[in-house]
Design a protein around this ligand. Structure first.
Ligand SMILES: [Zn+2]
Length: 105
């Protein structure tokens, strides 16, 4: 197999692994939160190793500051302030902001 083709295949597998790890993290977040943090950490490492991006909807489930897996209502607080979605991590207390545009009517 050509080098470029192989690289592409490896990236595809990495992508699948990242998605699977997040699935698993979600499944066990209620019973073993520390293990779900570990899964998320592994997903991040795989992404960096193979230069695969973590999809944005999954990236939002991780604390940027401490790497904790975030479950709204349990490990984080989610609030809207008119311009941003403000996610407060319950583990480290830091905030992550995501801008949004209010729906115009
Ligand atoms: Zn945190």
């Amino acid at each position: 197999m050509a080098r470029r083709q192989r690289k592409k295949l490896i990236r595809e597998i990495a992508q699948q692994q990242i998605e699977r790890l997040f699935e698993l993290a979600d499944l066990i977040s209620g019973t073993r939160p520390l293990l779900s943090d570990r899964y998320v950490y592994l997903a991040k490492r795989i992404g960096m190793r193979h230069r695969v991006r973590i999809p944005p909807h999954l990236k939002r489930r991780v604390c940027k500051h401490c790497g904790k897996y975030l479950v709204p209502g349990r490990t984080c607080r989610v609030r809207l302030n008119g311009a941003c979605v403000v996610v407060t991590c319950n583990a480290c207390g830091k905030q992550i902001r995501y801008p949004y545009k209010a729906h115009r009517q």
